[in-house]
Design a protein around this ligand. Structure first.
Ligand SMILES: Nc1ncnc2c1ncn2[C@@H]1O[C@H](COP(=O)(O)OP(=O)(O)OP(=O)(O)O)[C@@H](O)[C@H]1O
Ligand SMILES: [Mg+2]
Length: 234
């Protein structure tokens, strides 16, 4: 089975500084892939490169068989790749529903609409008229995920969605993500610093160390010890 997303030798630079050194990674249809690694390992850079927020060599990112490395962010989004960015980036002056509606701008055809997002995250339905920033951190994260889903992505990329949330809310958010992938066939890449969480919520995981893939495998095969070793580069 060919992958929905492939990166081959993907590199990224910030000026003279090289952040990614030839990343080879795959994501298959409906698969949940975790990205693990310490601060500065290049996880966010990997996601923003795929999202077209920085240009890459054309052939180094292939989506559904087509090279997309040279496309800009709007063209990448139109193909069905959505990013839930680090720190959520909600529109503070807009209500929950207006924030969700922003995600539907230039949306692809597909099943996601306000009703489905509210079914996935019932807490948001009650708060639909409230300013997004008046919500709890967990609910704001649900808005950010819902907004990304409104575009009807085939690949949903989430950057540290569990950061600062209580264990119960983290569980709820990842359960919802599981439903999105298993019932709707969406693929996901999730950056998650918590190793145990990353293992339990994913089918496969990649560990990044200083811009390299230091370990990869199916989440049931990767032991906590192996990930810890790769994580800390020991
Ligand atoms: N705008 C930028 N300008 C210069 N260097 C940057 C910039 N953004 C990131 N970097 C550097 O690139 C490297 C990778 O950063 P990146 O944000 O991708 O890491 P990360 O794995 O997401 O880290 P974190 O866990 O802290 O979010 C780091 O060394 C970082 O300092
Ligand atoms: Mg990051």
């Amino acid at each position: 089975m060919s992958a929905l997303l492939e990166t081959r030798g993907l590199v990224a630079h910030y000026g003279d500084f090289q952040a990614l050194f030839g990343i080879d990674a795959d994501v298959h249809e409906g698969e949940r892939v975790a990205l693990i690694g310490s601060n500065g390992a290049g996880k966010s850079t990997f996601l923003t490169s795929i999202a077209g927020m920085r240009r890459s060599a054309k052939e180094s990112i292939v989506f559904d068989g087509a090279p997309i490395g040279a496309l800009d962010a709007a063209d990448v989004a139109a193909l069905g790749i959505a990013l839930v960015p680090e720190g959520r980036r909600l529109f503070p002056s807009l209500s929950v529903e207006e924030n969700l509606a922003m995600g539907a701008f230039n949306r692809r055809k597909g099943p996601w609409n306000l009703e489905n997002v509210y079914s996935l995250f019932p807490a948001l339905r009650e708060k639909r008229r409230a300013p997004a920033t008046s919500l709890s951190g967990g609910q704001q994260q649900m808005v950010a995920i819902g907004r990304a889903l409104m575009a009807n992505p085939r690949l949903l990329m989430c950057d540290e969605i569990s950061l600062g949330l209580s264990p119960a809310v983290v569980k709820e958010v990842y359960a919802a993500l599981g439903v999105v992938c298993s019932e709707h066939g969406v693929s996901a890449i999730v950056v998650e610093q918590d190793i145990e969480l990353a293992r339990t919520m994913s089918d496969r995981a990649y560990c990044f160390t200083h811009g390299f893939v230091s370990l990869s495998g199916t989440s049931t095969d990767l032991t906590r010890e192996a990930i810890s070793a790769a994580y800390f580069g020991v």
